[in-house]
Design a protein around this ligand. Sequence first.
Ligand SMILES: Nc1ncnc2c1ncn2[C@@H]1O[C@H](COP(=O)(O)OP(=O)(O)O)[C@@H](O)[C@H]1O
Ligand SMILES: [Mg+2]
Length: 317
Amino acid sequence: MRLLILHDALSKNPTQDELDTLIQVKHIKKALKALGHEVLITKFSLNLIAMKKKILSLSVDIIFNLVETLEGSQLLHFSPALIESLNIPFTGGGSAGMMLSSHKVIAKELMTGVNLPTPRWIENTEEDYVSEFIGIPLIIKPISQEASVGINDDSLRVLLSVESLKEALSSKELFGEEFINGREFNVSVLSIKGKPVVLPPAEMLFIDYPKDKPTIVGYEAKWEESSFAYTHTKRSFPHTQQDLPLLEEIKTLTLKAFKLFGNKGYARVDFRVDTLGKPYILEVNLNPCLAPDSGFVAAIFEAGYSYNEMIDLIISG
Ligand SMILES: Nc1ncnc2c1ncn2[C@@H]1O[C@H](COP(=O)(O)OP(=O)(O)O)[C@@H](O)[C@H]1O
Ligand SMILES: [Mg+2]
């Protein structure tokens, strides 16, 4: 088949998380070629008329959609929306799912509506429940960013007055969420021939963290290879008998969340589990990173598939 990889254009001085797109393009192209496909590569542009013309002129059978950052993630759904309008099969989430899941507050409202547990949050400090968020650990984070952009140790705050909470949330781009101090899990799922299959849950371990260092996978843990956080966070796949009920529970929640956001493509759901063992969904990432060292790919390997098999499953939907 003839495939088009559609990816982000990089900014002038690309950051580590932007450069990651190119790593994915390289590996996916190699896998697609090994699977016997013809591969074309194009940068996505917000000039939608030109983009539409360009895509149509290439006459491809499938589009591999790797567009991951457009104004943070605010316009992420433009790429699948355009492809849907052209009626060309494509990988990953649909436009509605992408739009709703990449706005963290809307996603939390939707999840709450179907009884999916997500940490309590505050966006508008005029709400009368604002006092519930005073004096408890909060994480102040971007509404529409991915890849831990905008999350660092200072994002964890305990605010002692409504004024200081207002100050912390003065930017329209931020919201506050109750900090769940406990284990962190990522659960990956992909649709295989229209049926969602959940992969083995991964736990992110925080090794030898000093007592005063927040246990979060912030920007440095994800991208800054020389940082303490990067070298002291380690992915593992728990297997103990004792963890089985929790693992089953987060797998069930992952399936439900994947269905909520369109049941198409592949996703990774991020969880924290509180000290009583109750899991909370932090976010649902449709189209998570497919670089060889990513969480999704680690789960694929744990499930016994190779990288090329994964790409074949993804394009076969
Ligand atoms: N409410 C929370 N409780 C505990 N940790 C959190 C919470 N929100 C975010 N984190 C930490 O920050 C990381 C990134 O947050 P997340 O909401 O997944 O954003 P991103 O889209 O940038 O991955 C998480 O993996 C987790 O370690
Ligand atoms: Mg996350």
